[in-house]
Design a binder for this molecule. Sequence first.
Ligand code: DGL
Length: 270
Amino acid sequence: MTRPVPARPIGVFDSGLGGLTVVRQLRRHLANEEILYLGDLAHLPYGTKSTREIRRRSEECARYLLKQGVKALVIACNSASSVAYRSLSKSLPIPVLDVITPAVEEALASSRSARIGVIATYATIASKSYAKALAKRRPDADYFMQSCPLFVQLAEEGWLDNEIALGTARRYLEPVKKKSVDTLILGCTHYPLLQKVIAKVMGRSVRLIDSAIPTARRLGKLLEERGIRSRRTGRAALRIRVTDFPRQFARIGAIFLGEELSNVKLVKVP
Ligand code: DGL
């Protein structure tokens, strides 16, 4: 028997475990919503891949989650959101959320000077997704983009606040700092974990935007509007599906989710 729509899970996918930073906020803000998470670990990273390949992988992940009966889809990966959001939101019969729109809206609401920095993967920067979303809403503003690929490895290694993390952050962020931005979008699933060193380099006056929180808020609003918000009382389950079990899987996953991983299964996603 199929479950009524409000009782169905929310599908979330990412290239790997980084999207669990988004799940962490979804569980905090929408605790009674069941979540089915798909980490495409067999194809990690997306951030260095071509647009075509990221789009193809995103379609496969979305198809898998749809088959499992999810009521809405969150593209937790910035790289996938950058190149696949538009086509997925047009082609899928359920509501689809990206992580870029909520981050951009939050940044514009918070910035006084309209000088905004964005740090992200190569794929996200090359797609110009953030630049276009910002320019569309505030054509007069100034935006500065910087790819920070090593942040992904630092976060996965758990090197969040040591001298190597700080040195790397200095190297990537000094040029952005020189542009006197007052707001910096953390445009990659992994970067919120490095907030401490990023804040140290950028200084207290720069507000850091983590898309996970505004994404959770936006999802809650959307579910209410569509009348498909869960009516469950109490905390709902989180099920994690992965396309590979790489080494250090449990350790890395726990860093992102903020708790031990459980209910994890290996699945085949072509
Ligand atoms: N999840 C990716 C993103 O947010 C980072 C890791 C990767 O490159 O796959 O862009």
